[in-house]
Design a protein around this ligand. Structure first.
Ligand code: TNX
Length: 749
């Protein structure tokens, strides 16, 4: 039997007309035209001409291990052909044969990953792929994921797994955060203590950073990669067309290095590798000795990483030590530098000159803009997109990675079942809304935006299982933005996730988060209180609601059209709710507390920051008290030093008690305010001061203040004063502190 015949025997065609014209591949290809029929494959022969053999190996190993389909390498008689073409991207034609046209190997690889998502397994042990034509190419050159291996260490095998999953979804940049305060993870032959001492810490904070009191686990923790292992990972990634960007943090986040070589700091004090998260005052000194040390480190680093970009960190470097260090003062004096920000700029410029002379490009977090951007530096914009806009306006390359859309260490769901996270709230839908090219950028400067990236900071991500949970499915929303020229609607995207991507992730045994399936509790205002509804990702999701009001228990079948009303009451009552999506086996519970001001209208004079504005002003009076540790969705965050709002009590009330909660989480630059003023008015015309207190003089419980107040009013104007700037020596010194508020409860006489 000839090979050709062999192929025909095993690959035959169903000429059915019923073909699902919808394409569930993520990222959605630019153009997908469905054909009428399915290619049925029991055994796939692949023409190995015209293509890098590792792409063929990748295809075979995936089909064999994930679908149990046998494959063989053949010549032109085969069923699957690779063809070179000149126009960008890849093109895929699936009919009685599979033809994958591409202009560069990376695009052939992308095309292979598209095919893997088109595969449908049949019970007969065969697979089918739909007849179709696809034309596809990426929107952005930089489609990145970052992984912090310092706060928690991930083994070579785990890192490879992370890379494997990136490849399935056409990510092509792996940003490897290799050094930080809590551990140095890369072997540097010239400085062996970096790993002997710097790769291990004696203790690790447990629970949340903001817990009071803090607790520690006193167990030695750490690990590092040998240079050989680094090479192995880099080459593993290269085989998947993923470039690896090493990050060597400087001048801040350097406590692990300073533990190994204390003379590189300003004080010379011997400090341990940190076991706590946050920002630390002890950073590299700016003296020449440190500069040479770091350049020697970089010399070894660039030998290991062939990609042109090297990340030098640059973020969160307090200048406390530099301002009090004679060596730093001398560097400033000798070089005509006026302040510590310029000194940081000078520090980075020396790295820039060094790396540029070695044919490399430098990239750093947006703080490297402060004090003047180094001539060749690219900027990774994380504190919003402003830094990126500024850098691109000066024709510097930019990667957008703003906390608002790209911080996958934030919570992705609102339920109590979400595992402990750093804080913040970044659900799938919000990630989907990311636009790496903000409207503020002129058309000619838009080209400096290379793309975007999500960051996986691992303070609260101790294991691979947990890492997958935080990354997926949010990474799919990100790649949809970074790859697609037209990403479509969120509703369509969600359908692709539910229709087929979850199954695909399961096939690869990814521990993806099911948070989108947890019943979402939707609260809105109604006359006299609030209404509580529930929804899921599908129109026809059904829920069961269990609620307990005192002794009475109530059970009801719920759809997204139903709701429960909760009205204002004089005596606060706690209502425990549980919503169950019984088809998905997920549930969400919530404790709602009634009050006399439940759901009252609030007008913001200073609006919350868009990033921390879940549900707007209703959040403050929705009956759900912001809990600790900080859960992003429950609190409203303001980054102005004075917050003002007007509460409308709807009728004139005799006030008795004002109850309010604030977060105090200095590591995240969130500070409890100093003062609160309450003014009353019957018409919002004339205001009378009812209360003005210094909060530091009051006692609080878990950040909540119960303040007696007297007066008769319909409107209350609340003014909350925080510090103008965070003072020296405190976390975030020099910046405006954040004020986080939740639940305002009033008592009337
Ligand atoms: C800020 S993002 C950091 C990291 C933390 C992260 C936690 C950046 C450049 N610095 O050191 O891990 O927040 O979300």
């Amino acid at each position: 039997m000839t090979r050709k015949l062999y192929t025909i025997v095993f690959a035959f065609v169903f000429a059915t007309n019923v073909v699902n014209s919808q394409c569930d591949v993520i990222p959605t290809p630019n153009r997908y035209v469905a054909g009428a029929g399915l290619l049925n494959i029991a055994y796939l022969s692949i023409d190995t001409n015209n293509v890098d053999s590792k792409i063929v190996e990748y295809l075979i190993s995936n089909l064999e291990t994930q679908w149990g389909v046998g494959c063989s390498k053949e010549g032109e008689n085969a069923m699957f052909h690779f063809v070179n073409k000149s126009n960008p991207g890849y093109q895929l034609k699936i009919h009685s044969e599979i033809v994958l046209e591409f202009n560069e190997d990376a695009m052939a690889f992308a095309g292979v990953n598209t095919i893997l998502q088109l595969v449908d397994k049949q019970s007969s042990g065969r697979i089918v792929v739909p007849f179709c034509t696809i034309e596809d190419s990426p929107r952005f050159e930089w489609r990145g994921l970052h992984l912090d291996v310092s706060r928690h260490f991930f083994t070579v095998e785990e890192v490879k797994r992370f890379i494997d999953l990136m490849a399935l979804y056409k990510f092509n940049k792996f940003h490897w955060h290799l050094t930080d305060d809590q551990g140095w993870r890369i072997e540097i032959k010239k400085f062996p203590l970096l790993t002997e001492v710097g790769a291990f810490r004696d203790s690790t904070v447990i629970g949340h950073y903001g817990d009071k009191p803090r607790k520690y686990e006193h167990i030695k923790y750490g690990g590092y990669y040998t240079q050989e292992q680094i090479r192995e990972v880099v080459s593993y990634a290269a085989d998947r067309y993923i470039a690896v960007i090493p990050e060597i943090e400087m001048p801040g986040h350097s406590r692990a290095a300073l533990a190994a070589y204390p003379h590189l700091s300003c004080t010379g004090d011997t400090l341990p590798v940190e076991g706590l998260w946050g920002i630390f005052d002890d950073i590299y000194c700016s003296k020449l000795e440190t500069i040479s040390f770091l350049q020697d480190v970089l010399l070894e680093v660039i030998e290991l990483f062939p990609y042109e970009y090297v990340h030098i960190g640059g973020d969160e470097a307090p200048k406390t030590r530099w301002n009090n260090c004679s060596n730093c003062q001398k560097v400033m004096y000798d070089n005509g530098i006026h302040d510590a920000h310029e000194l940081q700029s000078y520090f980075i410029q020396q790295m820039d000159a060094f790396l540029t002379s070695k044919g490399k490009k430098i990239i750093g977090w947006d703080e490297i803009l402060e004090g003047g951007l180094s001539p060749n530096a690219a900027v990774m914009s994380w504190r919003g997109q402003e830094g990126g806009i500024e850098a691109a306006s000066h024709q510097h390359e930019v990667v957008m990675s703003p906390t608002t859309y790209c911080y996958f260490d934030y919570y992705q769901g609102t339920g109590r079942k979400e595992p402990l996270a750093i804080g913040g709230y970044l659900p799938l839908e919000k990630v989907f809304q990311f636009n790496p090219v903000p409207v503020e950028l002129s058309e000619e400067n838009q080209k400096y935006v290379l793309g975007g990236q999500a960051n996986l900071w691992t303070e609260y991500i101790p294991s691979m299982q947990h890492l997958e949970y935080m990354t997926y499915p949010r990474a799919l929303a990100l790649i949809q933005t970074l790859w697609c020229k037209d990403k479509g609607s969120y509703e369509d995207f969600l359908q692709h996730i539910v229709n087929s991507q979850e199954e695909y992730l399961e096939r690869y045994r990814v521990n993806y988060s099911r948070s989108i399936h947890a019943p979402q509790v939707n609260i809105s205002r109604i006359k006299g209180g609030i209404s509580v509804g529930v929804s899921g990702p599908m129109e026809n999701d059904e829920f069961k609601a269990l609620s307990q009001i005192g002794e009475i228990s109530d059970e009801q079948l719920f759809t997204r059209k139903d709701s429960l009303s909760v009205l204002r009451t004089k005596n606060p009552q706690k209502i425990e709710f549980k919503f169950i999506n019984f088809k998905k086996g997920t549930e969400t519970d919530a404790t709602l507390e009634t009050s006399q001001n439940l759901g009252i209208p609030i007008e913001f004079i200073t609006p919350p920051h868009p990033k921390y504005n879940h549900n707007g002003s209703l959040n403050l009076v929705d009956g759900i008290t912001g809990s600790l540790p900080w859960k992003g969705s429950e609190w409203l965050g303001f980054n102005v030093s004075q917050v003002q709002m007007i509460l409308d009590l709807e009728t004139k009330q005799k006030l008795k008690m004002f109850d309010i909660g604030f977060l105090d989480l200095n590591g995240s630059w969130i500070y409890q305010p100093n003062k609160i003023k309450i003014e009353g008015s019957k018409s919002k015309g004339v205001w009378k001061v009812l209360l003005e207190v210094d909060l530091s003089a009051l006692s609080s419980e878990n950040g909540r203040f119960l303040i007696p107040v007297n007066g008769k009013s319909r409107y209350l104007r609340i003014t909350i004063d925080n510090l103008d700037v965070i003072p020296e020596g405190k976390d975030g010194a020099g910046n405006t502190p954040w004020t986080f508020i939740d639940e305002i409860k009033l008592k009337y006489k």
